[in-house]
Design a protein around this ligand. Structure first.
Ligand code: C2E
Ligand code: MG
Ligand code: MG
Ligand code: MG
Length: 288
């Protein structure tokens, strides 16, 4: 899909149109070696802020891939490839472990980790996640897994079992990109979740005159009356921020407040003293 070849674009995913199979093979090969080598992959963290006192309450882990020739490859491009070729599990587990190590000393309520529907469907998912959190000795209640609506709807039983085990262990669950699925409202009360993250497409419409603010208000009201906390994603303007604060949205995330940043930058932002920390975070994927 990504065809432009400008700086930062992904050449190997966008070869001549008559070579899609070769391109896919290159992509798979490159992703496998990235995962083995370790040094091309990293995790950045985007802070989330309380809408009431404007303090940083959490951080969302977001994976990055610096391809040796193509530069930065967006997760929206390579996560689907990883899902298809069976690499999403090691990738997802690496992100979780890295986030536990990076975020261990952050004085934050929540460390959020994105979870692919493919992971959630795996019968061993909950056990693996619980094992990593226990090994890394981080309180489970500080970990929040971000799942999507479609993940839960497409394979209800296995996902539900995983979510139940994880929540019993103390892990929290957020419904990511809320509103982009097709049956959001009717299934609202079925989800075993703690938080709803309202998708950026709704936040985008707050400034427009298309009724976007009414929709977002309805989502926040419904979420609150169902006992879920709410985070608005993709807050980019003061108008959006003021509106979201006014309607009782709990937390805000977006480029207006903070861009994703390296673990060291988050240490600095939070005033965490890193001199006594081990160098766990410098270990590569294959060596963790
Ligand atoms: P997401 O979980 O909804 O993450 C939010 C995305 O929106 C991030 O893009 C973030 O950089 C971007 N964003 C945050 N604030 C703003 C804003 O104000 N404006 C705009 N335009 N964008 C904003 P990113 O890092 O490219 O990630 C894209 C998606 O890739 C994520 O969406 C998530 O679904 C997936 N992803 C990222 N890391 C992981 C991972 O470790 N595992 C899995 N399974 N998926 C991941
Ligand atoms: Mg997310
Ligand atoms: Mg999201
Ligand atoms: Mg989103």
């Amino acid at each position: 899909e990504v065809k432009s070849s400008g700086r930062g674009q992904f050449l190997l995913f966008a070869p001549a149109m008559d070579e899609p199979i070769r391109a896919r093979r290159n992509a798979e090969k490159d992703l496998r070696s990235a995962l083995e080598a370790g040094d091309q992959l990293s995790v950045v963290y985007q802070p989330t802020y309380s809408a009431t006192d404007h303090r940083i309450v959490g951080a969302e882990a977001l994976i990055r891939w610096q391809h040796p020739e193509s530069g930065n490859v967006p997760p929206a491009v390579f996560i689907p490839v990883a899902e298809e070729i069976g690499l999403i599990e090691p990738l997802g587990e690496w992100v979780l472990r890295q986030a536990c190590r990076d975020g261990r000393n952050w004085p934050l309520h929540t460390l959020s980790i994105n979870v692919s529907p493919v992971q959630l469907r795996n019968p061993h998912f909950a056990t693996r996640v619980i094992g990593i959190i226990a090994e890394e000795a981080i309180p489970p209640s500080r970990i929040e897994l971000e799942i999507t609506e479609t993940a839960v709807l497409n394979d209800e039983s296995q996902c539900a079992t995983n979510l139940r085990l994880l929540r019993e262990f103390g892990v929290r669950v957020a419904l990511d990109d809320f509103g982009t699925g097709y049956s959001s409202f009717s299934h609202f009360n079925k989800f075993e979740v703690d938080r709803v993250k309202i998708d950026r497409t709704f936040v985008d419409k707050i400034d427009s005159r298309e009724g976007g603010s009414a929709i977002i208000q309805a989502i926040v009201d419904l979420a609150r009356s169902s006992g879920f906390r709410t985070t608005a994603e993709g807050v980019e303007t003061d108008e959006q921020k003021t509106f979201l604060e006014g309607i009782g949205c709990d937390d805000l995330q977006g480029f207006l407040l903070a861009h994703p940043a390296s673990a060291r930058e988050i240490d600095d932002l939070l005033g965490v003293d890193t001199t006594s920390q081990s160098t766990d975070r410098d270990r590569g994927v294959g060596r963790s």
